[in-house]
Design a protein around this ligand. Structure first.
Ligand code: SF4
Length: 467
C-alpha cells in the first residue's frame, strides 16, 4: 500500500457533471474549456491566423469515445461549458442536431467546429496516461495539409491533455501542487482508524475537519455543499423515474426505471424494497447513459449506486438529511482510500474500481448513517468490495449501458446486503480488512488484460454482438 497522504477534497470525488463517463466526458469537457481559455489569451497575430481546430483522441477515448460522448463533451468544453454548471441535458441535446456546426468564440474571432474535427487515433500508444487527447489550433496552411500528416508540430498552438479518471485532468508539463497536509492524515483504513482512536474523534468529525483544511471551506459551507450533492442525486433519481424512451446509441436500449418504480409501488415487503432500489439505481444510470447531469460517485458509470441507497435511507429507514450527510462522508472516505491505494477508474482497474468501489461506499454509508462503529463501517465496505473483485469493464458497443445500468442496481442491492451482514456479525471476528481487499483490487487491476478495461475489446462487448 502507498503511504501517500489523502489530501483530496470530497467535492473532487463527488462532483456534478454530464455522463456517461467521468474520464470520457467530464475530463474531456474540462480539456476543451481549458484549451478555449488558453487560446483566448494568445496574441492577436496568432489568433488572426487561426482557421480551425483538430482534436485527436487516444487510448480508450479513441476506442469508446463515440459511445461515451467524448466528442460532444470536448466540443461543449471548447464552446465554454464547464461540467459543474452546464445545463443538465446539454450533451443529449447535441444528439438531436448532430450535424449542426458549433461555434467557438475566441474573442476577436469565431471558429467553427463539429464532430468531423475529431480524429479517433491509436488505442495503444506511448503517452503517460491511457486517456489522452491532443487539441491543436490550426492555420489555413495546416488545414490544407495532408490530413494523414501529424499536425502537432506545426500547429499554431497545441495542448496534450490526460483525462486521468474520475473527471480529473492533467496535461503535458503538469506540475503537481503541494497538497495541504490535513490535520488528521491517513493514507489507508488502518491509519484512519488509528487517527480516530488516538484522537478520540468520530468518523464524521475527522472527515469534516480534514475537509475544512483541504478545501478551505467552513464547516457550514461543507455541509451546505454535501446537502446540495444529496439534492442533485435525488433530483437525478426523480428525473430518471419519470422518463421513458430509448437511450442514445446503436443498441436501442429502452429505459426501464419508470416501469420498475411503478411495479415496485404495487409490490409488497422485500420485493418492493428490492424493486425500489433497482428503479432508483436504473433511474440515475439511465440519466447518465443519456449524457445528462449526475454526481460522480465515484465515477459516472457507477453514479446510480449511492443515490439509490440514499433514497432507501430516506424512504425505508426514515433517516433525515443529517444522517444521510454523515453517511455520505463515510462513503467519501472509502472512495478516497480505494483511489489512493488501487484506483477507481474502469480504464485502470476494470469495473471493480467503479461499481465495486461505489458498492463499498454505499455499504459504508448505510452503516455510518445508522450509527454503527467505524469497524462495522469498514467491514460493510470490505464485504461489498470483496465480492466485486475481478469485475471487468466491457461495455457493449462502447456505450455505458450494457452491463453498466443493470450493474448499478445489482451494486445497490449488494451494498444493502453487505451492510446487513456487517451490522449483524460480530465485527471483531471479521477476518478481511478493507485495506487487504483494496490491495487485491489493485493487483487484479494491474494484471487485468487491457481488453477488459474500458476498451470494449473483450468480454460482453464482443460476446454480445449487436452493433
Ligand atoms: S462496465 Fe463498469 S467500468 Fe465499464 S463503463 Fe460500465 S460501469 Fe464503467
Amino acid at each position: 500500500m502507498t503511504n501517500k497522504i489523502i489530501a483530496m477534497s470530497i467535492f473532487d470525488l463527488l462532483k456534478t457533471g454530464p455522463g456517461p463517463s467521468s474520464s470520457h466526458t467530464i475530463g474531456p469537457m474540462k480539456a476543451g474549456f481549458n484549451f478555449s481559455v488558453r487560446v483566448k489569451a494568445l496574441n492577436r497575430e496568432i489568433l488572426n491566423r487561426a482557421k480551425g481546430i483538430k482534436i485527436r483522441l487516444y487510448g480508450s477515448l479513441s476506442a469508446t469515445g463515440r459511445g461515451h460522448g467524448t466528442d460532444r463533451a470536448v466540443i461543449a468544453g471548447l464552446m465554454g461549458n464547464e461540467p459543474a454548471t452546464c445545463p443538465p441535458t446539454l450533451l443529449s441535446n447535441f444528439l438531436t442536431i448532430p450535424k449542426e456546426r458549433k461555434i467557438i468564440d475566441l474573442g476577436i474571432k469565431k471558429l467553427p467546429v463539429d464532430l468531423e474535427n475529431i480524429e479517433y487515433s491509436s488505442i495503444r500508444h506511448n503517452f503517460p496516461y491511457n486517456n489522452t487527447l491532443i487539441i491543436d489550433l490550426l492555420s489555413e496552411q495546416d488545414l490544407s495539409r495532408d490530413a494523414s500528416k501529424d499536425l502537432h508540430n506545426t500547429a499554431l498552438f497545441s495542448m496534450e491533455y490526460y483525462s486521468i479518471g474520475g473527471g480529473f485532468l492533467q496535461w503535458k508539463g503538469w506540475i503537481e501542487q503541494d497538497n495541504v497536509i490535513p490535520p488528521h492524515p491517513y493514507s489507508n483504513m488502518t491509519e484512519l482508524k488509528k487517527q480516530l482512536k488516538d484522537k478520540n474523534l468520530s468518523l464524521e468529525r475527522l472527515l469534516l475537519q480534514n475537509e475544512m483544511a483541504i478545501s478551505g471551506l467552513t464547516e457550514e459551507e461543507i455541509k451546505v455543499k454535501l446537502d446540495k450533492i444529496i439534492y442533485v442525486m435525488k433530483d437525478t433519481v426523480n428525473r430518471g423515474i419519470n422518463t421513458e424512451g430509448v437511450l442514445p446509441g446503436p443498441i436501442g436500449l429502452k429505459r426501464k426505471a419508470k416501469r420498475l418504480k411503478e411495479r415496485a409501488d404495487s409490490l409488497q415487503t422485500i420485493d418492493q424494497y428490492l424493486c425500489l432500489l433497482d428503479s432508483y439505481a436504473y433511474a440515475v444510470a439511465e440519466e447518465n447513459a443519456a449524457g445528462n447531469t449526475i454526481v460522480t460517485a465515484p465515477t459516472c458509470g457507477a453514479a446510480g449506486v449511492i443515490p439509490a441507497v440514499i433514497m432507501i435511507l430516506e424512504e425505508h429507514f426514515h433517516l433525515d438529511i443529517l444522517t444521510q450527510r454523515s453517511g455520505l462522508l463515510a462513503a467519501a472516505a472509502i472512495g478516497f482510500i480505494a483511489k489512493n491505494n488501487a484506483g477507481i477508474v474502469g480504464a485502470e482497474v476494470g469495473c471493480q474500481g467503479e461499481i465495486g468501489v461505489a458498492t463499498a461506499m454505499a455499504a459504508a454509508m448505510i452503516a455510518q448513517s445508522q450509527g454503527y462503529s467505524p469497524k462495522v463501517v469498514e467491514n460493510a465496505a470490505e464485504i461489498a468490495l470483496e465480492h466485486q473483485l475481478g469485475l471487468t469493464c466491457d461495455p457493449v458497443c462502447g456505450y455505458v449501458q450494457i452491463p453498466c445500468i443493470e450493474r448499478n442496481a445489482i451494486g445497490a442491492v449488494k451494498a444493502c446486503n453487505a451492510a446487513l451482514i456487517a451490522e449483524n456479525e460480530n465485527s471483531d471476528t471479521h477476518m478481511v480488512s478493507f485495506d487487504a481487499t483494496v490491495k487485491a483490487m489493485g493487483e487484479i487491476g494491474r494484471d487485468m488484460n487491457s481488453k477488459f478495461k474500458e476498451t470494449a475489446l473483450g468480454g460482453l462487448a464482443v460476446s454480445m454482438i449487436c452493433c
